[in-house]
Design a protein around this ligand. Structure first.
Ligand SMILES: [Fe+2]
Ligand SMILES: [Fe+2]
Length: 176
């Protein structure tokens, strides 16, 4: 974990995980089907943005914006439906991300954004997501599951290392 300035809105430091690229693993599952699906799609669209070219950048930017609007709406509905106590700060964080993406998109639409800026946005989203999912979204998932089912979710994850074992050892065991 690295302390850094939040690139999305220039706000002062908070703790975030930093990774070079975003790849889906079951470690990201939170135990809420709709949120997990949205998070899997987030990884897909942001990875596509990180790998876009001059020719595909606009389409990838639009896909990210479309995705974020629906992803954040799903979470907003669950917060509202279950009276989630930390709704305001969760929605504020979503709004800052949407604002940053929409700002880049509107500049891109009039040709005022270079590929470098697009990649910078992809990196900022890549850095932002794990911290948000671990902290805010997992709290929301736990809250919703408690409200709906009266307990914490049981999350079945594939191919994760058990304590003291490496990934490949576990995978080999499971394959054998
Ligand atoms: Fe989320
Ligand atoms: Fe969220």
């Amino acid at each position: 974990m690295i302390h850094q300035r939040d690139v999305l809105d220039g706000r002062p430091a908070r703790v975030v995980h930093q990774t070079e690229s975003l790849e889906w693993t079951d470690a990201m599952l939170l135990g809420h089907a709709q949120m997990d699906e949205a998070h899997q799609e987030f990884v897909e669209v942001v990875s596509a943005l990180a790998q876009c070219t001059q020719h595909t950048a606009l389409g990838c930017l639009e896909a990210v914006e479309r995705h974020l609007l629906s992803h954040f709406e799903i979470e907003r509905i669950w917060m509202e439906r279950t009276d989630f106590p930390a709704t305001d700060c969760h929605l504020d964080e979503h709004q800052r991300v949407i604002d940053a993406v929409q700002q880049v998109n509107s500049l891109a639409a009039v040709g005022k954004v270079g590929l470098h800026d697009v990649k910078r946005l992809a990196k900022a989203l890549t850095d932002w997501f794990p911290g948000h999912a671990d902290y805010m979204d997992s709290a929301l998932s736990a809250w919703v599951n408690k409200k709906i089912h009266g307990g914490a979710p049981v999350v079945l994850r594939r191919d994760l290392p058990m304590s003291g074992e490496s990934n490949s050892e576990v995978s080999d065991t499971q394959r054998g």
